[in-house]
Design a protein around this ligand. Structure first.
Ligand code: ASP
Length: 348
């Protein structure tokens, strides 16, 4: 890398920064709301949820920090050297899909039948082009299929077996469904089904350790192009071909000339509120900055429903926002001479 990286792990430096008077879990986190502008930027997430220091072992924490740091370093180096943002977000998400740490690709959560149904989407800002796949069961890296839809089809979203045939035509790797299975997700399904038997509620979002693990990336490249992308296994114990927000343009993913957004959280609420698009709308019609718009849709709009989760966003100047209304969110960003990785609420 041509330039020095400043890895900022705010928790180490700012151990005393938590406001003990804060009781709300709403978290209007913004990485920057300054007047600066940056030649390129990348922001990523690996899901939000009940992510606390108490519940995380040192080994787990460093595994998450390592992969978030390494994909940001890769993205930073690509963007610094002029790579297009579509290539950067695709590469970053492919790596995260291949990691069992996240609810996307390997490590995806399970449906009520113990299988995996994956969703992904991608959108480019200059032409508002978009591609998505939903409910796919054999595509190793759904983000590659979503990109193929964007680049090679007249459609925006392909689903199920049709999406798989399309992906096969473009030589995208296919695997058996159990390629995505991990023991951790089997146990989560078991817990969710025990809870369902006791409470009648399909989702286990009230569980003390509930985590969303969707992955997302938004990049601004040196040419000014913003690309946003999201990939997920959905929600544990989902059924009947349920599709969440992640492959829905305007709900889980959005990019236009003012900003790019990728979301994670209880998808049904992100769809109902069109969360990703709402950030752009608040900037364009409500005259808000990126930080104000992103905070508003999470801490006011989403928090007025039972929905929980967060989003990452960047604007055309490379300013970044990462708000969430959960205990934590795996998140980070890269800009020239700056790489930041954060997990907990007290890291800013
Ligand atoms: N938003 C995803 C969904 O509802 C879940 C997640 O963020 O992990 O499908």
């Amino acid at each position: 890398m041509k330039h020095a990286l400043i890895i900022v792990f705010g928790c180490l430096l700012l151990a005393g920064c938590t406001d003990p008077t804060t009781t709300s879990s709403d978290h209007p986190a913004t990485a920057s709301d300054d007047a600066q502008s940056y030649p390129y930027a990348l922001v990523i997430h690996g899901g939000a949820g009940t992510i606390t220091r108490d519940a995380m072992s040192a080994a787990q924490e460093s595994a998450y920090r390592d992969i978030l740091t390494s994909v940001l370093q890769l993205g930073d180096s690509l963007l610094a050297n002029g790579a297009p943002s579509i290539d950067v977000v695709t590469q970053v998400i492919t790596i995260m899909e291949d990691s069992p740490l996240f609810n996307a690709g390997v490590g995806a959560v399970m449906t009520s039948e113990g299988t995996h149904e994956l969703d992904a989407s991608i959108m480019t800002s200059s032409d508002r082009n978009a591609g998505a796949v939903s409910g796919v069961t054999t595509i190793k890296n759904p983000i590659l299929a979503a990109r193929a839809v964007l680049e090679h089809s007249d459609h925006v979203m392909l689903s199920g077996s049709g999406a798989e045939s399309f992906a096969a035509e473009y030589g995208i790797e296919q695997v058996d469904n159990d390629h995505f299975t991990t023991e951790r997700r089997r146990k989560s399904l078991q817990r969710a089904q025990e809870r369902e038997a006791a409470t009648g509620s399909i989702y286990d979002t009230k569980a003390l350790d509930y985590k969303y693990g969707t992955v997302g990336a938004v990049a601004l490249d040196r040419s000014g192009e913003i690309v946003a992308a999201t990939s997920t296994g959905g929600m544990t114990n989902k059924r009947y071909g349920r599709i969440g927000d992640s492959p829905i343009i305007g709900a889980g993913t959005y990019a236009d000339q003012v900003c790019g957004v990728s979301c994670t959280g209880w998808g049904e609420y992100f769809i109902r509120l069109a969360i990703a698009h709402e950030v752009s709308a608040a900037m364009r019609h409500g005259n808000m900055t990126l930080a104000q718009a992103a905070d508003h849709v999470i801490t006011t709009d989403l928090s007025s429903t039972p929905g929980t989760g967060g989003l990452i966003a960047l604007d055309a100047q490379g300013r970044i926002a990462m708000p969430y209304n959960t205990e934590g969110m795996y998140r980070g960003y890269a800009r020239p001479d700056e790489i930041v990785v954060q997990i907990y609420k007290d890291e800013e």
